[in-house]
Design a protein around this ligand. Structure first.
Ligand code: HOZ
Length: 431
């Protein structure tokens, strides 16, 4: 897998030069621009199973997996066949289809807290809609989010946000209406006291607390024991809704998401990524009495021509059907543990202090001396060291997230041999 001379990137470089003239920063989403690690992004030509190939023909083992959705790997034959069959029947109707019923049934069966669901086209739409719904249901304006938590780029949620916003050192976006941002209160992840203080000082004003139950957009940070249960108790006590953003964790850390893994039932949930099997999809759902506020049943308006798009629904249905098979999550857990343990050993041998945080098949290598339990610790990580490691791994043929504050993902297509090759490559890169 290693290459003695640097990989050629002529074609990627030419494409990037052309893209920069056409699109801001040459990309359509900032995190993929490599500003978090320096250098020019690779342009990807194709993917199959655990591998991707760039425009110059270089091969990589892929641990980005489209930022999570490709839990079955790239171009899974059954998902591809389902997409082809759907598109042959017509790509969009803007009218109800049976496929929406099928995906909705799979989702509500997997997530008992979601008694009803509404499909949208992205995780951002799901996050934005959940806030509107919480406000419509409670008649309150304020929301609590966590420092380093990312729930898409809706105005009210772009305050101290993780993911690309953190990577680029721009915690707040220009253009966000100050009055929206004023209603967004910031707490610290894994710190219940910070949440309680905000609820106490804003009595009867907080519509919801929105949280990634396993933080994934500041890198992977698992919930401390009792944190999610504490949020459940505090929100119930103060009449606020508890919203879990499971756009990354849904069908990833368990078939029923983090809420199943940790046994905490939120009022509303955002989903995305995996339920579209690699196609653009998001969803939100929750208790029936809450979801009945959504138009056309209720007064909260939210709509979309491409919502419930049949091609995306077909990819999602097939993906969830495959994930439901026995043993899938046990295998993902084993693969995740194998990679994380192997990386820990490689770093320990090289005497490079890191923390590898992992939940199931998602993980982050933090170049950090201490425990990483929330944004203050995450932000103390050595970004330059991550950037060096990232580039070494690219040369070794493993494609990691181009940011120190994102998650690596393992798919069912990664074999033990693939994972071991990446561990060996890391050891070589560190030597
Ligand atoms: N929001 C994604 C990371 N958590 C990045 C999306 C992208 O750049 O494709």
């Amino acid at each position: 897998m290693s290459s003695s001379s640097p990989r050629k990137r002529n074609k990627s470089s030419q494409l990037y030069a052309a893209a920069r003239k056409l699109m801001p920063g040459g990309v359509n989403s900032p995190a993929r621009s490599w500003r978090g690690v320096g250098g020019e992004p690779l342009f990807i030509a194709s993917g199959k199973g655990p591998r991707i190939w760039d425009a110059d023909g270089n091969e990589y083992l892929d641990y980005v997996c489209s930022w999570g959705p490709l839990i079955l790997g790239h171009a899974h034959p059954e998902v591809v066949a389902a997409v082809k069959a759907a598109v042959d029947m017509g790509s969009s109707f803007g009218a109800p289809t049976e496929l929406e019923n099928r995906l909705a049934q799979l989702v509500v069966d997997a997530f008992p807290s979601m008694e009803m669901v509404r499909f949208v086209s992205s995780g951002t739409e799901a996050g934005m809609s959940v806030l509107r719904l919480a406000r419509a249901y409670t008649g309150r304006d304020k929301i609590i989010k966590f420092d380093g938590g990312y729930h898409g780029h809706a105005d009210a949620l772009l305050v101290a946000a993780g993911s690309g916003a953190a990577t680029h050192g721009v915690p707040d976006s220009a253009g966000v209406n100050r009055s929206f941002a004023r209603d967004t209160l910031m707490a610290q992840y894994n710190d219940l006291d910070s949440v309680e203080a905000l609820l106490d000082s804003n009595p009867g004003q907080v519509a919801c607390v929105i949280v990634e139950p396993v933080a994934g957009n500041m890198g992977v940070v698992p919930p401390a024991r009792g944190f999610l249960e504490g949020l459940r108790d505090l929100t119930s006590k103060h009449g606020a809704l508890l919203a879990f953003d499971e756009v990354i964790t849904g069908f990833r850390v368990a078939y029923g998401g983090a809420q199943h893994l940790y046994g905490v039932r939120p009022d509303i949930t955002c989903l995305g990524k995996i339920i579209g099997g690699g196609m653009p999809v998001g969803a939100y759902g929750g208790r029936r009495d809450i979801m009945e506020k959504v138009s056309p049943l209720g007064p909260m308006y939210q709509a979309g021509t491409l919502s419930g798009n049949p091609v995306a629904m077909a990819a999602g249905v097939k993906t969830l059907e495959l994930l439901k098979k026995p043993g899938v999550y046990e295998d993902l857990e084993r693969s995740g543990a194998r990679l994380a343990d192997g990386l820990r050993k490689a770093f320990a041998k090289a005497e490079v202090p890191v923390r590898v945080n992992r939940v199931g098949s998602m993980m982050t290598v933090f170049f950090n001396l201490g425990e990483v339990t929330g944004w203050p610790a995450v932000s103390r990580s050595d970004k330059q060291a991550y950037a060096r490691f990232f580039h070494q791994m690219i040369e070794e043929g493993s494609y990691l997230p181009p940011s120190p504050f994102e998650a690596m993902f393992v798919s069912t297509a990664h074999t033990d041999a693939d994972l071991d090759a990446t561990i060996t490559a890391a050891a070589r890169a560190l030597s």
